[in-house]
Design a protein around this ligand. Structure first.
Ligand code: FE2
Ligand code: FE2
Length: 223
């Protein structure tokens, strides 16, 4: 491991730890918004807490200290948007942000990290990917039950939240490259995963493509 690798890893590992920690807190907040699903959501929250601890262990194993303050700054806009949704009782936006967007982001990042992960991290990533698929499914199922009523609010939420995710990806592209991940692959996986999730909810493939096309277009411009 070169010093450049260790340096980049300290930021990517932190982003993962903070993202998982926020997912834990988001599912707890969702449990408050959706009391009928409280037990399920608390269970999903506990899974995220577990992921955060496992990924902390990955950094420790390599003797690398994660740059947590930077990661918290990078996640702040998305976390703010989520808290705003919770405060106003907007269950649809809260579910879209955590269960569709954050989870798609996680799946994309882990899928791309998997082939270059060290032997300690590889089995952890495999297990985490299975869990994140369940979280995506939960959100997809809930929103699908309210479709098409929720179509316009979902689109409005995506319009606000997707550019934030893209900006996050943009700000870590050099670090991703340094640890062997092609940032363009992460964007590609994110778009594919998110589009599939949106189709599960009930959007036609054409509409789903339209929702993410703007995102993909911006990503292409930024690349
Ligand atoms: Fe997770
Ligand atoms: Fe998750």
């Amino acid at each position: 491991m070169t010093p450049a690798y260790r340096d980049a890893y300290s930021r990517i590992n932190a982003l993962v730890i903070v993202g998982e920690g926020l997912a834990d807190s988001h599912f707890r907040l969702l449990a408050g918004l959706l009391p009928e699903d409280r037990d399920d959501l608390m269970r999903l929250a506990a899974m995220e807490g577990h992921h955060a601890r496992d990924f902390s262990g990955c950094g420790r194993q390599l003797g690398i200290r994660p740059d947590l303050p930077l990661a918290r700054r990078l996640f702040a806009p998305l976390h703010r948007l989520f808290r705003e949704a919770v405060r106003s009782g907007d269950r649809v936006s809260a579910l879209v942000i955590q269960c569709l967007i954050v989870e798609s982001f996680a799946v994309a990042a882990y899928r791309c990290y998997q082939p270059v992960a060290d032997p300690f991290a590889a089995p952890i990533i495999q297990a985490v990917l299975t869990d994140e698929a369940e979280h995506l499914e939960y959100g997809g199922r809930w929103l699908a039950a309210w479709f098409p009523e929720v179509a316009a609010p979902i689109a409005a939420c995506c319009e606000r939240a997707l550019p934030i995710v893209l900006a996050m990806l943009q700000s870590v592209r050099d670090d991703l490259t340094a640890i062997g991940i092609d940032p363009t692959d992460v964007v590609g996986e994110f778009v594919a995963c998110f589009q599939a999730a949106i189709e599960t909810v009930g959007f036609e493939p054409r509409q789903a493509r339209g929702l993410v096309a703007r995102l993909a277009g911006r990503a292409a411009q930024a690349a």
